[in-house]
Design a protein around this ligand. Structure first.
Ligand SMILES: Cc1cc2nc3c(=O)[nH]c(=O)nc-3n(C[C@H](O)[C@H](O)[C@H](O)COP(=O)(O)OP(=O)(O)OC[C@H]3O[C@@H](n4cnc5c(N)ncnc54)[C@H](O)[C@@H]3O)c2cc1C
Length: 413
């Protein structure tokens, strides 16, 4: 039987609420950069929130400097975990197919020029003439195809394996405790400080508190009497039985059409199925849900709508399109995360609003959180992934930007 700390033992320098990829990678980062005692609570099991339903893609996010920088950090971390801990990564690549209206071969983008260096880069790619593209990816219909580009270093991870690895590495420091099935139920403040977290298993006296509650972020902030401009939005994933058509692996790719006005990405899954995920980048009307009461089943017509669109571009005659699952994004109005001290409480921090990008960006996000919580800094060093002295200033990700009208955009300045 697990033994729980007694009244006098329930203290921590830092308490983390939420054990998804963000909370757990922050626990690891904070522990390896300090000697502080850290406790993490998850109300269910780690990765049981958004993280467990993710597409798990480690892919390009050419959506401005912040996302491009966080992508480099995440990609580098996955390669490091593969090397040092035999972590699983499936580099099936990402494929861009160029149709009639687009220019082929494409000119190098500003992102490639600035962020992509060398063969191991996530930007590394090979251009494919139409005949070679159709030979390698025979389910793609030839009509209108001009050529393609395959990015072989992009791929996907198993989110449960990643969170479990961070949990193990954090605990191995000897300074981190992780409590599963332990919701934080109440937050008690004195003046502008949080003093106590009341959990299902007792009260903890805490120094600093990190809200890493993903789509529950605003609910957690509300426990402390704070407001957070974070909106939970329902996202659907459906599945096609591509093994019925002999397909065993497929890169991340998409078709030049939307489903019900939504973008859809597709990637192969281990076992020869295809996953199709709905996505949008900023808070959108009609998708807001309570993450505790979300309908986990697809809308009845969603798999058929995905099927109808994809059959126009792909030849998969035997594949059956099925209900997958639904998950919840923690979205923000401008599509960027919040990595910030609370606007009122001095020892309360938020790392939420990862939208559809938290798996790729987690390592940079965790480094930024550690810089803020340990050193009161709003920059992180980028020289390890840029190959030259460089910094990322993330002060613009502050929680106050929404009321101040300082929303961010996806332009590369
Ligand atoms: C369908 C889908 C596909 C995606 N695909 C990709 C992708 O391919 N690549 C990519 O980079 N990103 C992707 N994302 C985004 C990525 O999965 C998320 O950004 C990331 O998982 C968010 O992690 P998190 O730790 O912030 O949140 P969560 O994983 O939701 O973690 C929050 C945790 O907080 C806990 N919690 C909540 N309230 C309390 C409380 N009161 N007390 C204690 N614990 C509490 C919950 O139990 C939960 O475990 C996708 C998302 C979805 C929905």
């Amino acid at each position: 039987m697990t033994s729980y700390p007694t009244n006098t033992q329930r203290t921590a320098d830092i308490a983390i609420i939420g054990g998804g990829i963000i909370g757990m990678s922050c626990a690891y980062e904070l522990a390896r950069q300090s000697n502080l005692r850290i406790v993490l609570f998850d109300k269910q099991n780690p990765a049981s929130g958004t993280t467990g339903g993710t597409g798990g893609l480690i892919c390009l996010h050419d959506m401005g400097e912040i996302y491009a920088s966080l992508t480099l950090k995440g990609y580098a971390r996955i390669q490091e975990l593969r090397r040092d801990h035999n972590f699983g990564y499936t580099p099936w690549g990402a494929l861009s197919v160029f149709y009639t209206a687009s220019r082929f071969p494409p000119a190098p983008t500003a992102y490639e020029k600035r962020f992509g260096h060398g063969e191991k880069s996530i930007y590394q790619h090979e251009l494919l003439e139409t005949s070679e593209l159709l030979r390698r990816y025979p389910w793609i219909k030839p009509e209108g195809v001009q050529g393609g580009a395959i990015y072989p270093n992009q791929g996907f991870i198993d989110p449960y394996e990643l969170v479990e690895l961070y949990e193990r590495l954090a605990i191995e420091t000897g300074r981190v405790q992780v409590h599963h099935n332990t919701p934080v139920l109440q937050i008690r403040n004195e003046g502008d400080q949080i003093k106590t977290l009341v959990t299902r298993r007792g009260a903890w006296q805490v120094g600093k508190v990190l809200n890493a509650g993903g789509p529950w972020g605003a609910k957690i902030a509300a426990l402390a009497g704070s407001e957070l401009a974070l909106t939970p939005q329902r996202i659907q994933v459906c599945v096609a039985t591509a093994f019925d058509d002999g397909l065993e692996s497929a890169p991340l790719t998409s078709v030049p059409a939307s489903v019900n006005d939504e973008g859809v990405w597709c990637r192969g899954e281990l076992g020869g199925t295809l996953l199709f995920g709905q996505h949008h980048h900023t808070t959108k009307e009609g998708y807001t849900v309570d993450p505790d009461y979300v309908n986990r089943v697809n809308d009845p017509d969603y798999p058929q709508a995905v099927e109808a669109v994809h059959r126009r571009f792909w030849h998969l005659p035997k594949s059956v399109f099925l209900n997958g699952w639904c998950c919840v994004y923690g979205t923000t109005e401008d599509g960027f995360p919040i990595i910030s001290r609370d606007t009122h409480l001095q020892n309360f921090y938020h790392t939420v609003g990862m939208n559809g990008h938290g798996m790729t960006c987690h390592a940079g996000v965790a480094q930024a959180t550690a810089a803020l919580m340990l050193h009161d800094r709003t920059t992180i060093d980028m020289s390890d992934v840029m190959g030259k002295p460089a910094e990322l200033d993330f002060s613009v990700l502050n929680a106050g930007r929404f009321v101040e009208g300082k929303l961010l955009n996806f332009e590369l300045l």
